[in-house]
Design a protein around this ligand. Structure first.
Ligand code: ATP
Ligand code: MG
Length: 285
């Protein structure tokens, strides 16, 4: 259990998630030809500096401009997330980057996006980015997602749900759910954008600020401070305390499962952050 975890357990673990990343050169010539048919001749390729869940994730430069290319081998179980990103795109634009094309050929599933500029968000306790993230969460909360062909929250977290309480997560908001700060791009000027809609979901609007709370605690906030930031998002204020108590426990179980399946420093720290928040919300604690 996360509550029994001691800091010494971190010794010897990789500092971050185990990456799936491979070099751009692993793409077959047939796939490159299909990409160039859509982008023009590739002049240079710059691998993404963060993230780890795609085999290939790179910015491609051509005479027609820059494109962001994200690919997974079709033999990998996570390839289904490419379908989720493609399906949600008409609903997530303009908060998310526009999907320009998808190629499924020769063992690869490759998405080509509009290229965005910006650095990863900083969730530190003194960060000026926190109010920008509140802004983006507020914008997202206004998007109706009932028609988006992605999983419902009740299905997404089904393995951790007591079926009699699953209805607490029900709703028709479009949810991003992966509040890793590398998925929030903060440009020098202009609007904050959200990338990586691989696990987009439909559900109650307060679920996104609740998912953010775990990342805030992971980034150094106390549960109380994290909740005060989340409370600036209108959707959070619509949540019943019972629903938040319940979902904090669901997220703790979820991160526990991720840590078991992907043992590394980052997942252990997220597991501990989510357990800390769940304990904070547990009635009587
Ligand atoms: N459209 C885009 N334009 C510019 N940069 C992008 C774009 N999409 C993603 N990026 C950058 O590339 C990084 C990796 O992309 P993304 O998060 O979509 O994939 P991933 O690495 O497979 O996911 P994960 O974060 O789950 O490991 C992002 O954190 C971001 O810095
Ligand atoms: Mg990402």
């Amino acid at each position: 259990m996360a509550a029994d975890f001691v800091a010494g357990d971190l010794a010897g673990l990789s500092p971050s998630a185990v990456s799936l990343r491979e070099s751009w050169d692993v793409l077959p010539a047939t796939v490159i030809a299909e990409i160039e048919a859509r982008t023009g001749s590739i002049q240079s390729v710059r691998p993404a500096q963060v993230g780890y869940s795609s085999h290939v994730a790179s910015t491609v430069h051509t005479a027609r401009g820059r494109f962001f290319v994200k690919g997974l081998r079709t033999t990998h179980p996570a390839v289904q997330t490419q379908g989720c990103e493609a399906a949600v795109n008409p609903h997530s634009v303009p908060l998310g980057p526009k999907l320009l094309w998808r190629i499924e050929t020769d063992g690869w599933d490759v998405l080509g996006f509009e290229h965005l500029t910006g650095r990863s968000a900083d969730y530190g306790t003194e960060s000026r980015d926190l109010s920008l993230v509140v802004g983006v969460l507020t914008e997202l909360g206004a998007i109706e997602g009932g028609g988006a062909p992605v999983s419902r929250a009740e299905q997404r977290w089904a393995q951790y749900l007591d079926p009699t309480r699953a209805r607490l997560l029900h709703g028709d908001n479009l949810l991003h759910t992966d509040w890793n700060p590398t998925n929030v791009l903060v440009p020098q000027a202009g609007s904050v954008r959200l990338v990586d809609w691989a696990v987009a979901t439909r559900g109650a609007g307060w679920i996104d600020p609740a998912c953010w709370v775990v990342w805030l605690v992971y980034s150094g906030h106390s549960p109380d401070s994290a909740e005060r930031w989340a409370a600036r998002v209108p959707a959070w204020r619509s949540a019943a305390a019972e629903a938040l108590d319940f979902f904090a426990g669901v997220l703790a179980d979820h991160w526990q499962c991720i840590a078991v399946n992907h043992p590394n420093r980052m997942t252990y720290e997220l597991r501990d952050a989510s357990a800390r928040w769940a304990a904070y919300r547990r009635p009587g604690d």
